[in-house]
Write a protein that binds this ligand. Structure first.
Ligand code: ZN
Length: 481
């Protein structure tokens, strides 16, 4: 039986949902929808959630006059709301403050501890609260964390528990070599191999002064390092969500490139230490710039996905985000370009072609289309190309291939001019063309379904109606909305 388990990172509750989160979660949603169609709903597991522990959350909660749990609950809800607004259909939303998750974290660490891979030591170093990590000397730029130049790193010396990461370099290289698990794209894979070959140091996996976290099971004076706690979510969900026990290992961990180190090295080494199977693919995407500039709070150019849905509608927002940037590289987003693409691809392209074809069917009287019956002869090559592109996370390429079908219909309409043919009495020839275009549009609706659920439902309903009539615009012009 084929199964598909896909995860997004669990998002840190100190943050609000932004375009980057939305991108990763949309990619996961499209793949989950695609595989539900292929393998059956019960054989797909799409997990997302929020990462809620750590010193930073504790501090933000205090500043807001809330308990850490109240604070986490509030922000966690903003992620749920954003995903619901984007029509993202995850199977489970995990929260690290959930006691069922905490128990799995403790059990797993105890297992690694019992195998001798965790030891007590003393840690002395500079800690960045912004990153929730100790900084290495070569992380520093002008003596501060480059990501948090306004927060002075804090000198800390404390008893910690350490994980023997140094013992796993060769095992990680071997696993990558045997293709037990893969890191894509290739550039990221090479980066990780380089880092492993450079040598791995043991890492601290507990904190003494942070109370908002999972207690270390054999020493309650310590809490588990927030990253370790968070990474374990991918496994813990399979242990306590009903019916998901057999879903480990995950097929795909989707993430942005800045957290690859944690996923490709620390998480994998923890799994090796616990003698659990490794996930099959770690797929990393790039960063977004907005109008050529880095997205940042201080520049005020952070895009809230909720605002996009308010302007473009959910279906168009999903299309615009996924079609504008290639998965593997950094991409630039511009609202101006979003508006242009909305008009050209959706209002004109898909929307206009669809209403032209249904209008002609109404006028010239043709009518029944079935996917896959004769129709797929026109788009068969596209179907297989879509599947292989999706397997390689090429969402933009998939959308381009589908939209090329739409342009080809449009071009053929212009070339053949059915309204002229009608004047010349060529009814049979018109019928053949309308048969072809109607079937192609039904195929388009099938291919587009994981991306745009509501639009494709409208297309199918219109094309399968007993009497086909000119369709209402699928995408109203922006200035008329
Ligand atoms: Zn930092």
């Amino acid at each position: 039986m084929s199964r598909f388990y896909i995860t997004t990172p669990i998002y840190y509750v100190n943050d609000k949902p932004h375009l980057g989160h939305a991108y990763t979660t949309l990619c996961a949603d499209v793949l989950a929808r695609f595989y539900r169609e292929k393998y059956g709903k019960e054989n797909v597991f799409f997990l997302t959630g929020t990462d809620e522990h750590g010193a930073k959350v504790q501090q933000s909660a205090e500043a807001a006059g809330l308990t850490p749990l109240e604070f986490a609950e509030k922000t966690s809800q903003t992620f749920k709301d954003a995903w619901s607004k984007l029509n993202i259909n995850y199977d489970y939303f995990i929260r690290t403050s959930d006691s069922q998750h905490e128990k799995v974290v403790q059990d797993l660490l105890k297992r690694i501890y019992d195998k001798g891979y965790i030891y007590a030591g003393e840690y002395e170093g500079l800690y960045c609260v912004g990153c929730e990590k100790f900084l290495q000397t070569d992380d520093l730029v002008n003596n501060v964390c480059p990501l948090h130049p306004n927060q002075k790193p804090v000198a800390q010396k404390e008893k910690n528990y350490f994980f023997k990461l140094s013992a796993f370099g060769d095992k990680l290289l071997k696993a990558l070599d045997d293709s037990d698990y893969k890191i894509v794209p290739d550039g990221r894979y090479k980066e990780i191999v380089g880092k492993i070959r450079h040598g791995l140091e043991d890492i601290s996996i507990s904190r003494a002064g942070v109370s908002w976290g999972v207690k270390v099971p054999w020493d309650e004076s310590q809490t588990v390092y927030v990253w370790v706690d968070a990474l374990i979510n991918y496994y813990s969900a399979t242990q306590f969500v009903e019916g998901k026990k057999d879903f480990w290992p995950a097929d795909v961990h989707l993430l942005a490139k800045d957290i690859l180190w944690f996923h490709a090295i620390i998480w994998e080494a923890l799994l090796l230490a616990a003698e659990l199977p490794l996930p099959k693919i770690i797929a990393t995407h790039g960063f977004f710039t907005i109008d050529g500039q880095k997205m940042s709070k201080s520049l005020g150019n952070v895009i809230d996905p909720n605002d996009l849905v308010d302007e473009f509608g959910v279906e168009a927002t999903r299309y615009l985000i996924l079609s504008q940037v290639p998965f593997e590289s950094d991409g630039d987003i511009s609202l101006k370009r979003f508006r242009e693409r909305y008009e050209s691809d959706l209002a004109n392209g898909l929307g206009n072609t669809f209403s032209r074809v249904t209008n002609m069917i109404e006028k010239f009287g043709r009518g029944r289309f079935k996917q896959g019956e004769g129709g797929n002869q026109f788009t068969a090559g596209v179907a297989s190309a879509i599947e292989s592109s999706l397997r390689n996370f090429k969402f933009d390429v998939v959308l381009l291939a589908i939209f090329n079908i739409i342009s080809s219909i449009d071009e053929e309409i212009e070339k053949t001019k059915p309204w002229q043919m009608a004047k010349d009495g060529k009814e049979n020839a018109i019928e053949l063309l309308l048969d072809k275009w109607g079937t192609m549009l039904l195929d388009v609706s099938m291919y587009l379904e994981p991306f745009m659920l509501e639009t494709t439902k409208k297309m199918e309903d219109a094309l399968r109606a007993d009497k086909i009539t000119k369709a209402d615009p699928l995408f109203p012009r922006l200035n008329k909305k």
